[in-house]
Write a protein that binds this ligand. Structure first.
Ligand SMILES: Cc1cc2nc3c(=O)[nH]c(=O)nc-3n(C[C@H](O)[C@H](O)[C@H](O)COP(=O)(O)OP(=O)(O)OC[C@H]3O[C@@H](n4cnc5c(N)ncnc54)[C@H](O)[C@@H]3O)c2cc1C
Length: 451
């Protein structure tokens, strides 16, 4: 259980309670006029928090702050996802995604054990239901082996039934190393580690300008030791030597704000989930995924058990008219105009018009979504499901309409830009990979900024 307690002063505390019964507080500084840090990390999602934690653990004598625009941490992608600990099957061998996912999953399991956080290694089947999917399933198996994914095997129809009695298919890739966890709880635990090691978390601080300081603040004894000013939308300032941004759905705007490239651009894709009614939970034991269609970037709608015992089905992928907009009719004029005027999105829409219309149709008429899911669990009926929550993916896109598949980290040149490192693209499985991403970014921060 997670709830927020406001103690009425300038600090708030998050009370985390895991199912094992232990609980602890994460203190959050929510207001201050200005402060100075060696490194400020903008964005309190799982990537920002994991990296902040790694940096302060490596450099206990330096000062670090996480600046988050929301009142609470990890409420966007890190708090709205499928909750899967991926094993690293899908990704191009040698890519950052492949390497960081495989290492990240191992680090995540070790971390969860060490911290006593609840998780389940409930496994996953990627199921081929049509003959033509079998070569692609075999190719996935080969890819998984190349990526050093643990314990993979191919099972036949009987093997599928032994693992998932209600699932039907011709052949499946069995990944027992795949698990589930509450990634928001993990994010908050990173925040707690960060604070215990001396880091500062400041919420309700929306960075909207990153610039050089021209003169030192009147009450400062440090002169221009902290030459970068991050200004919030409320006029507050944080000074620092270096900046790392981990802004998720706003990563392109943060990059632009610091004089770095606006591309790749972020286009928000909403994913709606259905939930299984409690009396039907017995239909699903572990994760059941389709064989992904290589023409599309998403993994396809899947069955995912959750840590609270519920079962989610989905998500689909529809263009959202608002970044961080979780409801069908959420709309933001700037986000909409930004997306629609971007050549890359126009090209993408033309390329995938049929797929896009299909996803929208299945989002509205859930019978159509259930029909797809029935290929895997024929016993499932329309009356077994309810509309559930949604998440919004930060999908990076180049100007030619290509989806940027791998993680992207970059900076720039110039007074401000050379002191900033941006996490530009951290799509799924960035939650699984978070501790490995943190190691990599910390290495990059150390070498770029000579920490
Ligand atoms: C539907 C869905 C399902 C997914 N399923 C999985 C899964 O099963 N397993 C997995 O490993 N991964 C999954 N992912 C991917 C994973 O959740 C994300 O890759 C990961 O959470 C990204 O973390 P982040 O910190 O980069 O972004 P976020 O969690 O979005 O955090 C970014 C933070 O930056 C803050 N911010 C933005 N702009 C500013 C600003 N100007 N000033 C201050 N703060 C700012 C935001 O408020 C936010 O808190 C899924 C994602 C989605 C959307």
């Amino acid at each position: 259980m997670i709830r927020t307690i406001n103690n009425g002063s300038s600090c708030a505390a998050l009370l985390l309670r895991c199912t094992s019964g232990s609980s602890w507080f994460v203190n959050i500084t929510s207001r201050h006029k200005h402060s100075s840090y060696d490194v400020a990390i903008v964005g309190g999602g799982i990537v920002g928090l994991a990296t902040a934690r790694e940096l302060v653990l490596r450099h206990p004598t330096l000062s670090f702050a996480v600046l988050e625009k929301e009142k609470e941490l990890a409420v966007h992608q890190s708090g709205h996802n499928s909750g899967v600990i991926h094993s690293g099957i899908y990704y191009t061998p040698g890519s950052l995604k492949a390497r960081l996912c495989v290492r990240g999953a191992t680090l995540a399991y070790d971390y969860l054990e060490k911290k006593g956080l609840p998780y389940k290694r409930c496994g996953k089947l990627i199921v081929a239901v049509e003959r033509e999917e079998i070569p692609r399933l075999n190719a996935l198996y080969e890819r998984g082996l190349k990526n050093n994914v643990r314990d993979l095997s191919i099972v036949d129809a009987k093997g599928i039934r032994e693992r998932e009695p209600y699932c039907r298919g011709l052949m499946a890739l069995d990944s027992p190393y795949t698990g589930i966890v509450d990634w928001r709880l993990v994010s908050l635990t990173y925040a707690k580690d960060f604070q215990e090691a001396g880091g500062t978390v400041t919420t309700e601080f929306e960075a909207n300008d990153i610039a050089m300081v021209t003169e030192s603040p009147a009450d400062s004894t440090d002169g221009l030791k902290f030459p970068i000013a991050i200004r919030s939308s409320k006029g507050e300032e944080v000074h620092c030597r270096y900046v790392l941004t981990c802004g998720g759905l706003y990563s392109d705007r943060l990059s632009q704000m610091s004089g770095c490239s606006p591309e790749p651009r972020i286009v928000p894709f909403r994913g709606d989930y259905l939930v299984l009614k409690p009396e039907k939970h017995y239909l699903v034991k572990g994760n059941i995924y389709p064989v992904p269609d290589p023409r599309f970037p998403f993994l396809g709608v899947h069955f995912t058990p959750r840590m609270d015992g519920s079962v989610w089905l989905g998500p689909n992928a529809v263009l959202a008219f608002k970044r961080e907009g979780y409801r069908v009719f959420d709309f933001n004029a700037r986000d909409f105009a930004d997306a629609m005027s971007f050549r890359g999105l126009q090209k993408l829409v033309l390329k995938h018009v049929v797929f896009g219309m299909g996803e929208m149709y299945r989002g509205v008429f859930i019978q159509a979504q259930v029909k797809i899911l029935q290929k895997y669990i024929p016993e499932l009926t329309f009356s077994d499901v309810l509309r559930g929550p949604a998440g919004v993916r930060a999908q990076a896109l180049d100007r030619d309409g290509n989806l940027v598949d791998d993680f992207v980290f970059d900076g720039g040149v110039g007074e401000v830009a050379s002191r900033v490192l941006h996490v530009r693209n951290a799509p799924s499985p960035a939650a699984t990979s978070s501790l490995a991403i943190a190691e990599m970014i910390a290495n990059e921060v150390e070498s770029r900024f000579s920490l």
